[in-house]
Design a protein around this ligand. Structure first.
Ligand code: 4AD
Ligand code: MG
Length: 440
């Protein structure tokens, strides 16, 4: 491998040549401080006029922000530097001189400006650190599933039916007929487990949600896991071990990135070793009300059957300071495929759980045990006025050798937002697609 900034620890005392970009610089008299990045990291290169041929020194003096350059120098340990290293420059050349008007100067810019220039903003330290953690989370999830005996099972993005809420579908013209962009690969994964036992998919999914919040994207990446012969308790156990594993992997491998993001990791370190909290939906609603965890003037008679609001999820995360499973939502506010049961109050509930991350992470996972009975599932599809013929293939999973099974979906960007401590979800994907943003 060619040398890189990420390997400086093993290159101390050696003279190396690196190519990259000049992200900042300043000079004082005969010394020139070049802030240099090569994609793998950032390091300061210090040049002294005395050590350079005149034309190289002149090239440094006329350098512009974000020009591509090649540097040569001696690697030195430098405990005071953020990277821990410094390079004593001995040669310098410009690959391509950038015009002087690089739009993202070293001053405060509003988020709209930064995202209008996302192609360039990606070069800055915050996106760099955030998207490297995203890569680690992705890698960690894939590793976890392979170690657990799952196989990756890619599901189609163009789908003839809806998996979740039918109001949140993007439709496309498919040779003259309507098709929808996938909201989740789950229904196909359910067919997959009847062949492979345990599968996961990982890919972009689409939600035409009219939500303009810091938690919602129109295009997001979701990992759906599906497991034959698993009930909801086993399902939650897999989720908890997976979340612990990926947080631990980020803590073990991404300290430099977490430092750039100024992330306080106290609670992340805690959750790796502590059991997650379990509450039923009814308990959660009662606690929210009795402890006055959210500002609410009045509670109506059926408040405890409502969906969880963003404020309620955040309040529960703040109370427990650990991830919280909220179980058994009223069935009517959840998806058609979930297994139902009737509770002591006579409320029909779903055998499901959302996993709420603390520190304003909100819901990062939605999962459930699936209705395995052919007649019950068919009746639900009819009751919801879904086009039954389009679900015939899906019902085959229950018709031919049905089994108890469960699964879940984790939103990659919600998870990365929580772990990195970014305020807005748009920071966690390279080119966000949202209600009010579709460019660049
Ligand atoms: O809770 P959801 O809608 O669950 C499903 O789609 C199931 N079919 C998953 C399954 O059981 N296989 O979505 C799962 C997760 C959410 O918990 C959230 O993290 C993320 O996907 N998510 C979004 N993230 C960002 N923006 C949006 N608009 C999101 N919608 C869902
Ligand atoms: Mg959900």
């Amino acid at each position: 491998m060619t040398p890189s900034i990420s390997q400086l620890a093993s290159l101390v005392g050696q003279t190396i040549t690196l190519s990259g970009w000049a992200y900042n610089f300043r000079s004082s008299g005969k010394i020139f401080f070049l802030q240099f990045r090569d994609g793998s990291g950032r390091v300061q290169v210090v040049y002294s006029a005395a050590d350079l041929p005149a034309e190289q020194w002149d090239a440094l003096k006329s350098l512009t922000l974000e020009s591509s350059v090649t540097i040569t120098g001696l690697v030195k340990a430098e405990p005071r530097a953020p990277s821990g290293f410094e390079i004593q420059g001995t040669a310098f050349s410009v690959i391509a001189l950038a015009p002087e008007d690089y739009p993202i100067a070293n001053k405060e810019h509003g988020p709209e400006f930064l995202f209008d220039n996302r192609d360039l903003y990606l070069r800055s330290a915050t996106p760099w650190a955030t998207l490297r953690i995203r890569d680690r989370v992705f890698f960690s999830i894939e590793q976890f599933f392979h170690e657990e005996g799952f196989i990756r099972f890619d599901t189609p993005i163009l789908q003839p039916t809806s998996c979740e809420d039918t109001t949140q579908l993007f439709s496309v013209d498919y040779y003259g007929n309507p098709m929808y962009l996938s909201q989740s690969g789950q229904l196909y994964s359910e067919a997959g487990i009847m062949s492979f036992g345990k599968v996961y998919d990982f890919g972009p999914v689409f939600r035409a949600e009219k939500s303009k919040t810091r938690h919602h994207l129109s295009e997001l990446w979701m990992m759906d896991a599906e497991m034959a012969f698993h009930d909801q308790a086993m399902n939650m156990d897999v989720q908890e071990r997976m979340v612990k594993r990926l947080v631990k992997d980020v803590l073990d491998n991404c300290q430099a990135e977490l430092k750039i993001l100024e992330r306080d990791t106290t609670l992340l370190e805690r959750l790796v070793n502590e059991p997650f909290v379990h509450l039923t939906h009814a308990e959660a609603k009662r606690i929210l009300k009795e402890e006055g965890l959210i500002e609410k003037e009045t509670y109506d008679d059926t408040y405890w059957q409502d969906d969880m609001s963003t404020e309620e999820e955040i309040a529960l995360g703040n109370k427990y300071q650990l991830p919280v499973f909220i179980e058994n939502y009223p069935a009517e506010i959840k998806s058609f495929y979930m297994k139902k049961f009737t509770d002591e109050q006579g409320i029909v509930r779903a055998r499901c759980a959302d996993l709420i991350a603390p520190e304003e992470g909100r819901e990062i996972i939605g999962g459930s045990q699936r209705e395995a009975n052919y007649d019950a599932l068919k009746a639900e599809i009819i009751a919801r006025n879904y086009p039954l013929a389009e679900y015939e293939w899906y019902l085959n999973t229950r018709k031919y050798g049905t089994v108890e099974h469960s699964g879940f979906g984790i939103g990659l960007e919600r998870t990365v937002r929580w772990i990195t401590g970014n305020h807005h979800i748009r920071e966690t994907i390279a080119f966000p697609r949202m209600l009010n943003r579709s460019t660049p």
